[in-house]
Design a binder for this molecule. Structure first.
Ligand SMILES: Nc1ncnc2c1ncn2[C@@H]1O[C@@H]2COP(=O)(O)O[C@H]3[C@@H](O)[C@H](n4cnc5c(N)ncnc54)O[C@@H]3COP(=O)(O)O[C@H]2[C@H]1O
Ligand SMILES: Nc1ncnc2c1ncn2[C@@H]1O[C@@H]2COP(=O)(O)O[C@H]3[C@@H](O)[C@H](n4cnc5c(N)ncnc54)O[C@@H]3COP(=O)(O)O[C@H]2[C@H]1O
Lengths: 141, 141
């Protein structure tokens, strides 16, 4: 199965381009982040800084866990927290020129991988869905 | 890449067996389901009936969306709803004797697929992670 054809795939062609990726900024209040997450329908989305660099990822579960301590989730308390207070700073990332093999390896344990340009800026998202769809296309020919 | 070796993989060997799968029952109250979801750490889990047949799937987002209508999420209202009132009745499923190719195809659009026995009872979960890990093992040899 050492098929160079599948491994030669361009990361840039498979990824979801950054303009189609729902994301939030480090210093956004949590009520804004929860709204973006609910509207987008995604479980987890990337967190960027003002220079468009990836700084982490945040999920609905993280926002709710952070304030679930009391019986009621008080929506007005959400506004007092920031994304950076709650987000997960570890997020899988790779450079656009790296191999498909690396994207496949990272996707084993991560639903998405952030793709970066040479200057480190965020250019897109490599999802498990696009990797699986490519492999299925190859295997069925 | 038409590699029969990868396609011949036994579904039963790759899947997470049912005793390791976090799940809830149709008639469980929603506060119980939310607790199981938060404790398990999973985004979405299967819903079974009393005969151990898969009836749907439920996520934290669905439980919260169902009562987010008012400003505060009132935990005491969660007890009045049942899993079957909120769950998603469509869940990807396949029989244990079907091919790995079918599991791969279903995993393109679904994070997991429920594996059923010949009598329709739930025997395990095929996750994207185990499919990706297998493909990575094949591609790197
Ligand atoms: N609106 C929609 N339309 C069609 N299918 C949908 C969908 N929302 C979710 N799905 C399906 O459910 C899978 C899991 O979504 P989830 O939001 O948990 O997990 C997602 C989400 O956390 C993130 N993601 C994907 N696309 C994104 C985007 N445009 N912006 C921000 N985050 C994204 O990457 C994870 C993996 O995405 P992937 O596509 O592999 O896998 C997706 C996709 O197969
Ligand atoms: N406790 C943990 N330990 C290690 N890694 C973890 C983990 N929780 C989540 N992950 C990682 O995050 C991915 C997405 O998890 P999620 O809960 O959104 O989505 C999960 C969850 O909805 C469901 N799932 C997986 N295992 C389950 C289980 N034992 N019981 C119930 N549902 C399960 O299948 C989806 C896909 O699972 P998959 O393993 O492909 O992909 C998992 C796995 O790579």
């Amino acid at each position: 199965l050492k098929d160079s054809q599948i491994m030669d795939n361009e990361i840039k062609e498979l990824m979801t381009p950054h303009e189609k990726v729902a994301h939030v900024q480090l210093n956004n209040p949590l009520d804004h982040a929860l709204l973006v997450l609910i509207k987008s329908g995604y479980t987890t989305i990337p967190v960027l800084d003002t220079e468009y660099k990836v700084r982490g990822q945040i999920s609905k579960a993280q926002i709710l866990d952070s304030i679930l301590g009391i019986e009621r989730i008080e929506m007005e308390r959400l506004h007092d927290y920031k994304v950076e207070d709650v987000m997960n700073g570890k997020v899988p990332r790779m450079n656009k020129n790296e191999t498909f093999g690396k994207a496949l390896m990272l996707s084993i344990n991560h639903p998405f991988v952030c793709i970066e340009d040479d200057d480190g800026s965020f250019i897109g998202l490599m999802t498990r869905r696009s990797i699986l769809a490519l492999i299925h296309r190859h295997l069925s020919h």
